[in-house]
Design a protein around this ligand. Structure first.
Ligand code: NAD
Ligand code: UDP
Length: 325
């Protein structure tokens, strides 16, 4: 199928999800401008795209205005793992709020479509289960996770106000836990932590009793959902949940990682972080009906690909240090 080539801005393009999105959009024949301040993103995530004449990387912090000419904007810039977004919480809120204002201002000047990478965290510690988009959430406004959760909620508010006030063409995706190759090995998220620990033969750290649940989506599925959402008609604004509805406990995830890595790591327990949500599972009825989307990669397949990535990464890091992994 032939498509019209567009100029597309991806903020946070050197991060985990952003790098896969840049790759997908380039593969579709678009010109891609990747903007990133490299807080959690890495050049190595997009190194394989650098040879393309259609790909450009710009170091820029989205809390400052940006003047470029594009047709579409995917706004992904924001640290996503709790240890990274809590490292400088004021900057995290600024990134979500000022970043949204700057990118919405850019979209307004250009009359460009703009998609916001929102999050299941807007539901906080949810009392409605599974979470539907019309649920307003249960969020602590003053806790350790608030810089991220409330920043993302305010960004959603801004998107809808720009839509109502300035007729901007917006798309809001609420992303649920996503994993896959190019996750940062030290970002503290559960999938990368468990795999790195299993591969190193170190104890696997389950926070709390491990009975809390999450629903894990493989990165290729998630990216497909984002692109489908962007390509919908102007009447579709979202918010739309994008995630894999297969829910599991964190203990079950640890057991799956041990089985698939063949590791002899033991399971140990560590304190539960503040405000850690007890349960999380997306209701994806809207994504199914409005985007014709649902995930296709099961956990075993996705984890196997992610484990292979981290195995290679460990070998590369060990070779760089001149030691054996
Ligand atoms: P990531 O940390 O790998 O990527 C975020 C990127 O944004 C990084 O490259 C980082 O350097 C960049 N960045 C951060 N602050 C910036 C700033 N002020 N200016 C410019 N660039 C900045 O995280 P990710 O998992 O790829 O997440 C991407 C987006 O998706 C985030 O907005 C996140 O909130 C959202 N999201 C992700 C998940 C998930 O499970 N991965 C879940 C929900 C929402
Ligand atoms: N978690 C864990 N051990 C780890 C890292 C995380 O048990 O080494 C738990 C964490 O407490 C949470 C779940 O795994 O209940 C998912 O954590 P993550 O930071 O990946 O994402 P989020 O809490 O934002 O969903």
């Amino acid at each position: 199928m032939s498509i019209t080539s567009k100029r597309i801005l991806v903020t946070g393009g050197a991060g985990f999800l952003g790098s896969h999105l840049c790759e997908r959009l380039l593969g579709e024949g678009h010109d891609v401008l990747c903007v990133d301040n490299f807080f959690t993103g890495r050049r190595s995530n997009v190194a394989h795209l650098m040879d393309s004449p259609r790909f450009e990387v710009m170091r820029h912090d989205v809390t400052f205005p940006l003047y470029v000419e594009v047709d579409e904007i995917y706004n992904l810039a924001c640290p996503a793992s709790p240890i990274h977004y809590q490292h400088d919480p004021v900057q995290t809120t600024k990134t979500s709020v000022h970043g949204a204002i700057n990118m919405l201002g850019l979209a307004k000047r250009l009359r460009a479509r703009i998609l916001q990478a929102s999050t299941s965290e807007v539901y906080g510690d949810p009392v409605v289960h599974p979470q539907t988009e019309d649920y307003w959430g249960n969020v602590n406004p003053i806790g350790f996770r608030s810089c991220y959760d409330e920043g993302k909620r305010c960004a959603e508010t801004l998107f809808f106000d720009y839509h109502r006030q300035h007729k901007l063409r917006i798309k809001v995706a609420r992303i649920f836990n996503t994993y896959g190759p190019r996750m940062h090995p030290q970002d503290g998220r559960v999938v990368s932590n468990f795999i790195m620990q299993a591969l190193a033969g170190e104890p696997i750290t389950i926070y709390g009793a491990g009975t809390q649940t999450r629903s894990f989506c493989f990165v290729s599925d998630l990216i497909d959902g984002l692109v489908r959402l962007m390509n919908t008609g102007d009447e579709v604004t979202g918010p739309i949940n994008i995630g894999n509805p297969v829910e599991m406990t964190i203990r079950e995830l640890a057991e799956a990682v041990i089985r698939l890595t063949g590791s002899s790591s033991e399971l140990i327990h560590a304190p539960l972080p503040h405000d850690d949500p007890v349960q999380r599972q997306p209701d994806i009825t809207q994504a199914r009906t409005r985007l014709g989307w649902e995930p296709s990669v099961d956990l075993e397949t996705g984890l196997a690909a992610t484990i292979a990535y981290f195995r290679d990464l460990r070998q590369t890091l060990a070779a760089d240090k001149g030691t054996h992994p």
